[in-house]
Ligand binder design. Structure first.
Ligand SMILES: *Cc1c(COP(=O)(O)O)cnc(C)c1O
Length: 396
């Protein structure tokens, strides 16, 4: 190997981003330290306003994490023990975990082959089947996930939800700012259902320096209820109407997120540029033509919308995925697998009675997906290096 080939491409490099915004962040942290106000307060209220404006929702409620945002949303909708909520088996654990934590039943539905988001056709089929069993299965909600930063097909999902009288809670943890060309105009992830949930986990497109999340909604009633549930269900000081929890967002996180929000649009655009570079480099290799690599679908790209995909992850599909993953690691390229095992095959959900083969599209995706490095600070040179190494692997 010659000298100039010694490039490394970490899967994610948060230090690179921090070095660019260090002074802004330090200034903000010091100003919050001076107030000694750490739980909710003006910094959280300001972030809520800014996020609501950015996403185009009427209300935004800061919460302790994306997971807690999903949980408190379902609590506010009064999802009860024994009731059912539908979601995808190809998502981060929390999406289904919160359903089960309320003693409700996660009902999985397979995904679309191209986008890996909930398939409206399969959802329709499932709903028709379930309708016959409504006496035993009380269907209440659908939780679509906007996986990797691209919105699920919300028009179809909302239409089905309406005809079956179900609430839609969007898991927009990976998709802040992602736009969807709905029949009613362009809408953003998290603003189309009764509510939607963002995550500020450090690795997300807008990441804090610890945990955090936000619930978006256009319903004043729901917003008020979630605000109360976030502080144990407190209506007035020490007066409780329902049982909530401690789902507060820290002022320090809110302050840090406010600083980073100022950069978000630029970072989103950069992620799209990097995705285009990957696309181009892959097309220039023989890997696409030979059917070896499948690129991420960007199905809204032709619409005149800016954030058709926010590329929280740039995920290719390949055979021999695990060996490629290892080969890239040996060559200084970090990659990741979201997700290696679909939720219906997790031990903790064994009691739901699913088996291998129930959701073939999700199961196949779990074996083929590989997330490549994508973050605003990456260089074109690094992108080309990644594609070069993938090409070299399949040429061997
Ligand atoms: C990150 C994530 C969550 C959970 O968010 P946290 O802030 O980590 O609790 C939920 N759903 C999806 C799809 C996620 O990617």
């Amino acid at each position: 190997m010659n000298q100039e080939e010694k490039i490394t491409v970490p899967f994610l490099d948060l230090k690179a981003q921090f070095s660019l915004i260090k002074s802004e962040i330090e200034e903000k942290i010091n100003s919050i330290l001076a107030t000694q106000l750490f739980a909710l307060g003006p910094e959280v209220a300001a972030l809520e306003e800014e996020i609501a404006a950015y996403c185009g929702s009427k209300y935004a409620i800061g919460v302790s994490s994306g997971t807690d945002g999903l949980l408190v949303s379902l609590m506010a909708l009064e999802l009860k023990p024994g009731e059912t909520a539908i979601t995808t088996p190809f998502t981060f654990f929390a999406t289904a975990g919160v359903i089960a934590r309320l003693q409700a039943k996660p009902l999985f539905c397979d995904i679309d082959e191209e986008t890996l988001n909930l398939s409206p056709e399969k959802l329709h089929h499932l709903l028709k089947e379930m309708k016959k069993k409504t006496r035993t299965l009380k269907l209440r909600a659908i939780i679509p996930v906007h996986l990797y930063g691209q919105c699920a097909d919300m028009d179809s999902i909302l239409e089905l939800a309406q005809s079956f009288d179900l609430a839609v809670v969007e898991d927009a943890a990976q998709a802040i700012g992602a736009e969807y060309p709905s029949r009613a105009g362009v809408k953003q992830a998290g603003t189309m259902g009764i509510c939607g949930v963002l995550s500020f986990y450090p690795t997300k497109n807008l990441g804090g320096y610890g945990d955090g999340g936000m619930v978006l909604t256009n319903s004043q009633k729901l917003a008020q209820k979630i605000r109360r549930l976030r502080v144990h269900g407190e209506k007035k000081r020490y007066i409780y109407e329902f049982i909530g929890g401690n789902f507060r967002l820290d002022a320090l996180q809110a302050g840090i997120l406010r600083v980073k929000l100022r950069h978000l649009e630029k970072w989103q655009a950069r992620r799209q540029d990097l995705a285009s570079l990957y696309d181009r480099a892959f097309h220039e290799s023989e890997l696409i033509k030979r059917g070896i690599v499948r690129l991420p679908a960007a199905i809204y790209k032709n619409e005149k919308i800016k954030n058709y995909h926010t590329y929280h992850q740039y995920v290719i599909r390949v055979k021999k995925r695990d060996r490629l993953h290892l080969y890239l690691k040996e060559n200084g390229v970090g990659t990741a697998i979201f997700y290696p095992r679909p939720l219906h095959l997790q031990k903790c959900f064994h009691y739901l009675g699913y088996k291998r083969g129930d959701f073939p599209v999700a199961e196949k995706a779990a074996q083929e997906v590989l997330a490549l490095p994508i973050y605003p600070e990456l260089t074109a040179e690094q992108i080309f290096y990644v594609v070069e190494k993938i090409t070299a692997f399949f040429r061997r």
